[in-house]
Design a protein around this ligand. Structure first.
Ligand code: ADP
Ligand code: MG
Length: 441
């Protein structure tokens, strides 16, 4: 591969991850060659190779593909040695129908909370391999909420409980690809037989069938054939069946005949639970790395977009901590994750916080912003300042301006005061937690 293309990949990575990260991680790499879907890169040491593979592998692969290289995997050469990087996510190695389920995606590693308990229960039921009670099971929800994880977990569990069953997992992408290949190679009979001989069929991300009429037709026939034989189908999409454009009405109504469950966006408790679970798995990977109390809470509050991003953030923090050999603090997290934090900023406004806090303490908004300094007003005001600092990305001077044109040192003082009080005064700590939750929902 010519260097211009690698240079272009690097340029794209630079704008995607920022100059700082780029300099530390991507700049030191060079591309040796690409062959058979593997891009071979040299990294200065094992750590960089490992970290880049885990953190940026997907993105690099994506940009290589955009430059016309067909790459599914990265391999790193380090001082002559070679380590085949584990793909960061299954996107890096599209699972084919014949692939093993991802070892990381089991029911054990799936954290259950309010937003996903129904989907989890339904998946568990299907994984028992008993007589089909609902068919198909249709799981839907936004990106990174655990659809693929649940499907793989079902495959794992069925593999143990019902090894006699022929279980097939395939992404809709792959289904389309296979269908088109079969057409081209005149192997439609094989294709049909292959899919109709399974006992459990899982098709992931069927929103990709949007607008693909002939593939939809084939999918529909496969679907019907299996349901008629009482074979279990599990389908996922990023939205409800009715909302998938160009999906034929026949398919929509068939999909709705089974059980349709959605994975809701994560809430704070679930995110924190996932981070704690992840942290346990990191203990062995990064021995000796310490994370200060409050860091996981900080992440769970600030990164609400999707679980994949949350995991990526924690992973990056661990890698950094093991590199610099220091305990990870909230400040370090703020620094090293600034790109992620900015992207998932909840856009909570200072005004919203002020309103909520004054309601909570039953004071007038004008008093909170006004000059009076009685304790019954000063404390709520400081609580609001603290929340503004924690939950928005506004600077102290900006916050000051919105608090009746106060100086940034006043805000800093208020934030510190509350930081002290929350250690010693459980009433304040409870108030903060309550308010924070109310604001985040
Ligand atoms: P989706 O298919 O819905 O886009 P994935 O199943 O790929 O999402 O999940 C994205 C990442 O988040 C995976 O690494 C997965 O293990 C993790 N994840 C999602 N939900 C949970 C959960 N409830 N518990 C543990 N990990 C989760
Ligand atoms: Mg998925």
């Amino acid at each position: 591969m010519a260097n211009v293309e690698w240079d272009q990949v690097k340029a794209n990575m630079r704008s995607a991850i920022g100059a700082g990260n780029f300099k530390s991680w991507i700049e030191p790499l060079s591309l040796v060659n690409t062959a058979e879907g593997v891009a071979r890169l040299t990294a200065p040491n094992l750590f960089v190779g490992d970290y880049v593979g885990k953190t940026y592998g997907d993105q690099i692969i994506y940009h290589l593909n955009r430059q016309g290289m067909s790459v599914q995997r990265l391999a790193f050469d380090i001082d002559g040695a070679t380590s085949l990087s584990k793909p960061a996510a299954k996107k890096a190695t599209p699972l084919t129908a014949d692939a093993q389920p991802d070892q990381r995606f089991t029911f054990d590693s799936f954290v259950v909370g309010k937003p996903n308990e129904l989907a989890h229960a339904a998946a568990k039921r299907v994984a028992e391999g008993g007589p089909t009670t609902f068919n198909p099971l249709f799981l839907y929800g936004g990106v990174g909420l655990g659809k693929t994880h649940l499907m793989h977990a079902i495959a794992h569990e069925l593999g143990e409980k019902r090894p006699d069953l022929n279980v097939l997992y395939i992404s809709a992408d792959q289904f389309i690809y296979r269908f088109i290949s079969a057409l081209r190679e005149r192997k439609m009979m094989d294709f049909k037989q292959h899919f109709r001989s399974v006992d459990v069929l899982m098709v992931d991300d069927i929103q990709f069938l949007e607008g693909k009429e002939s593939t939809q037709e084939e999918f529909f026939h496969t679907f019907n054939a299996l349901v008629d034989q009482n074979k279990q189908l599990i389908i996922s999409a990023d939205r409800a069946p009715g909302e998938i454009r160009d999906l034929s009405e026949r398919i929509k109504s068939r999909l709705q005949c089974g059980l349709v469950v959605d994975l809701h966006p994560t809430d704070y408790e679930l995110r924190l639970g996932i981070l704690h679970a992840k942290q346990e798995t990191y203990v062995n990977v990064y021995p000796g790395v310490e994370i200060a109390t409050g860091v996981l809470e900080f992440l769970a509050h600030r990164i609400s977009s999707n679980v994949r991003v949350l995991e990526g953030a924690l992973n990056r923090l661990y890698a950094l901590a093991s590199l610099v050999g220091r305990t990870v603090t909230v400040e370090m997290a703020q620094d090293c994750l600034s790109d992620i934090l900015r992207a998932s900023d909840r856009k909570l406004t200072i005004e919203e916080i002020q309103r909520k806090v004054s309601e909570h303490y039953d004071i007038r908004l004008s008093d909170m912003l006004g000059p009076k300094r009685t304790r019954s007003l000063a404390r709520p005001r400081q609580v609001a300042m603290w929340l503004c600092k924690q939950l928005t990305s506004r600077s102290l001077p900006e916050i000051g301006r919105k608090f009746g044109k106060r100086d940034h040192t006043t805000i800093m003082h208020g934030v510190r005061k509350i930081d002290e009080l929350r250690q010693s005064d459980s009433q304040i700590a409870d108030d903060l937690e309550l308010l924070r939750r109310a604001l985040e929902d």
